[in-house]
Design a protein. Structure first.
Length: 497
């Protein structure tokens, strides 16, 4: 069932000033007509990124219906190449990545390359940067990969992300020393497809697209939070989700039959965490260890030690750990929900502790916004040319999530011109967290300079970001909760010229 937490929506009580809910408030104004994905400016920029000796990394992805074994649980779902997660894709910074997608799904699809500042026509947003790939059709994505780091790819069509249509994409930096013996790619997910309902069933239960409230709305009162057991609340994130899931996966497996990562005591491992979930943030810890965070969303940070890490949907973190002697749970608590995912790190024979939940989860928990950037990835000091405000809100009845009071596809674009420094204030006016993701750019948080492409914004919190408009096109800006996005929480950063 869909569990809808009671929430206060405070837009009315807080924003009484005239004009605040206007479609977009900006200082400075961009002028011109939209630069579309097929514009010469987009093509020219990609030509400049190409180089004569450029290496080509080729791959093929076949999305199709499949039965997948999640570790003793067989489910019917849709995935890439019959596996969950999809195949690992790997390239080096500067390479040309060429991926042929052979759509064997019964419906149209698309592939988005999450976090990459790539050519707009290859960004994989149907209706914005390309036509959807029809059932039975093929499409070749081909673009220069700009930056090293931990990324992922996923369908950007409807709720296909909440099936099995995602996989990790690692971009290597040939100059990086790689001071570790093991590299483990750990993809996290919340799972319900094939367990009696599909993500489309859930959308119907929530009331997405029907103009109606969800099935649980009869008893709802919009005035405050309910502390009852059906709410999903996190002390760190407030409302922690709209959907309850029967399974949480680490590396595509349920905890009963987990992914096992083996090493020798004293060795170092780089763990690349990707949260591919649709509606779940994860609190992650490795029992008996502290982790040193080295990167988030592909970009390096000042290394920081922590016991646990909170990862919003669409966020990635790289950590280094020096492994102790024994068997340890790599534990992913579904934040604010009941349930967890788990892998096992093994440097010795023996069994996992009977109670695998590590104490580290309740010690220091680091959020992405707690990190500081390495100096060399800071944006250059510069005054902003343009200021945009994005207010995030929603209602539960009807189930509708908005940016500046409007729901996609009726949202107002945020216009920019090329060559500008844009400052953008994102205000969360709801009591639920939203991981906000900007396509095609890695922005900086104004207060710390931290580089991110997905920032988790807690309830009633404001985050201000800056970015340089150096990648012309039409770029989605949206909440990475798949159901919020589907219910309207998406707009476009639109280059004009
Ligand atoms: Cu959201």
């Amino acid at each position: 069932m869909v569990r809808v937490p009671r929430r206060a929506f405070l837009i009315g009580s807080i924003l009484t000033g005239a004009g605040v809910l206007a479609s977009c408030s900006a200082s400075g104004a961009a002028t011109g007509v939209p630069v579309t994905a097929t514009s010469p400016a987009v093509r020219r920029l990609e030509q400049q990124r190409r180089s004569p000796g450029q290496q080509v990394a080729s791959a093929r992805l076949t999305p199709r219906p499949v039965e997948v074994d999640l570790g003793g649980r067989i489910v019917s779902t849709w995935s890439y190449d019959d596996q969950v997660p999809g195949p690992l894709l790997r390239a080096r910074a500067g390479d040309l990545l060429r991926v042929e997608v052979d759509n064997q799904l019964p419906v149209e699809t698309s592939v988005h390359w999450h976090g990459l500042a790539l050519s707009n026509d290859m960004d994989g947003v149907p209706g914005l940067t390309q036509d959807p790939i029809a059932a039975g059709d093929r499409f070749v994505y081909e673009f220069t990969v700009p930056h090293a780091g931990t990324y992922f790819y996923h369908s950007h069509s409807g709720l296909q992300l909440d099936r099995g249509l995602y996989g990790a994409l690692i971009v290597d930096d040939p100059a990086e020393p790689g001071d570790y013996e093991h590299e483990w790619i750990v993809v996290l997910d919340d799972w319900l497809d094939g367990t009696g309902r599909t993500p489309d069933d859930v959308a119907r239960e929530l009331g997405i697209g029907t103009g109606m409230g969800g099935m649980d709305h009869g008893a709802m009162d919009m005035g405050g939070m309910d502390m009852g057991e059906e709410t999903m609340l996190s002390p760190l994130l407030g409302g922690a989700g709209d959907v309850s899931y029967p399974h949480f996966l680490v590396g595509g497996r349920v905890p009963d039959d987990p992914m096992v990562l083996t090493a020798a005591p004293g060795q170092r491992a780089r763990i690349r965490f990707v949260n591919a979930a649709a509606d779940t943030a994860f609190r992650v810890a490795l029992g008996g260890h502290r982790m040193t965070v080295t990167h988030t969303d592909g970009f390096p940070v000042v290394p920081q030690d922590t016991d646990a890490l909170l990862i919003g949907m669409g966020e990635r973190f790289d950590v280094l750990v020096t492994l102790s002697d024994g068997v340890f749970p790599l534990f992913a608590q579904a934040e604010g929900k009941t349930g967890y995912g788990q892998a096992v790190v093994r440097t010795a024979s023996g069994e996992l502790p009977i109670q695998p939940r590590p104490d580290e989860l309740d010690r220091r928990v680091l959020l992405g916004t707690d990190l500081a950037p390495r100096e060399y990835v800071r944006l250059a000091e510069r005054d902003h040319d343009l200021y945009h405000s994005v207010d995030m809100g929603g209602t539960m009845s009807p189930y509708r999530w908005t940016l500046n009071g409007r729901a996609h596809p009726n949202s107002a674009p945020l216009n920019v011109n090329e060559g500008q420094r844009v400052r953008m204030r994102m205000r969360n006016m709801s009591d639920m967290f939203h991981p906000m993701h900007l396509h095609g750019h890695t922005f900086a948080l104004t207060d710390t300079g931290l580089r991110k492409d997905t920032v988790t914004i807690g309830p009633m919190r404001t985050v201000e970001i800056e970015f340089d408009t150096d990648n012309p096109g039409q770029w989605a800006l949206h909440c990475h909760n798949a159901y919020h996005q589907e219910a309207g929480m998406m707009t476009t950063v639109s280059y004009l010229a």
